[in-house]
Design a protein around this ligand. Sequence first.
Ligand code: URP
Ligand code: ZN
Ligand code: ZN
Length: 469
Amino acid sequence: MKLIRGGKVVNANHTAHYEVLIVGEKIEALIDPKSDTLKSVESWDCEIIDASGKYVIPGGVDSHVHLQLPMSDEAISSDTFESGTQAAAWGGTTTVIDFAGQIKGTAVPDAIESRLAEAAGQCAIDYSFHLSVGDVNKQSLVDIRSTVEAGITSYKLFMAYPDAWYSDDGQILQVMQLASETGAMIMMHAENGIAIDVLREQAISQGKLGSVWHGRTRPPELEGEATHRAIQLAIVAGAPLYIVHLSSLNALKEVSRARDEGRNVFAETCPQYLYLTLEKHLDQPGIDGLRHICSPPLRPSKDKHQDNLWMGLRTDDLSVVATDHCPFCDAEKLLGVEDFRETPNGLGVIEHRMDLLFQGVLTGEITLQRWVELCSTTPARLFGLQGRKGIIAPGADADIVIFNPETEHVLGASSHHMALDHSIWEGIKVQGQSESVISRGSFVIRNRNFVGRAGHGKFLHRSLPEPLR
Ligand code: URP
Ligand code: ZN
Ligand code: ZN
């Protein structure tokens, strides 16, 4: 038994001083500090954990990560299941949802089986998988149906990457129809990949080879267009839809309109789209620009995409902040030094999501409870972990972070725990830090020391999402 004493418990819907009683892997009770129950605490066989002056929050749920993802023959994302889940824990995240990717010519069950095998025994925190569907055909449509029984209740589709993961509108509609039957969530990478490929070819033939052209050939209009199309297809199919890594005002307007109409449409954004820009970060020579290549790209500051994304977080048009963590070291990023198309897409963020978003609490962009809701409670609810993760309540898993709102620290490669030789967050000073992190009743981080172990994290067999709003 453990009793977390003296902290302020912050849930998405309520904040108050409670003592949190943990028995085994579960939260047993929230006890009013003035209640008589606590008078007998000395007689309990109970480890007391002091959280005075700290926030006691549900462990973060990062619903979009790519650990050890092979992007090409030459580039695998640099965080393994072991290093990536440890880094996540350092940053206050206790659940990650990665992807089992069915690439063209392969079978869905094989994709799931091999991803389960890669992660088994490696993770410091709990984990699950979405299914990335890269080959919609007769057999995969049969196989996808049975993933729900395997606890995989969300499918990602791609309107981008025509040479790899792309599905056309007919294929997308068929998977959406299936999701409407099974109750699974459709996740969409919404960028018009066919049009983007034309722009990329044109840029290259004009000698526009630098990293900024990655951004300029993926304009926000093509994210807005794809988002609109995805929403219409989801409406026709009757499936719930979740737009991943939403980066632009253009896409946000489409999501907002759909939500105003009462549709089951949701979207996540990521810290990189809230803090980094095309001009300042992507439009730099050499490795500095290449490090910032991700898709969708960082957006120009002039169009006020960021201000609108923060607004979307407040109005609930954006429901989740995930990371899309997909880190590559400089050697891999430099593959595109002569042609931006050769640089693997993705950034390292998994460790800093909670801290970066907490800056939004300090500046008044979002409330403390909204921070918890965006980073933990809603991703748990939308991906079938409701009641189990993302909440401090009796019966939930004891995934708890003791967060010190005062600690200041500077982000950077020399102090982070991601397996990454640079940091796109280098030198950024933040206030607030996860001091101790508990996963299913066991410390993973204790007073800023790692005390967890590979293999503590369990595969989460997820229920159907609870998408209704
Ligand atoms: O650049 C990105 N986003 N890399 C990860 C793959 C994806 O599309 O989510
Ligand atoms: Zn994507
Ligand atoms: Zn991704």
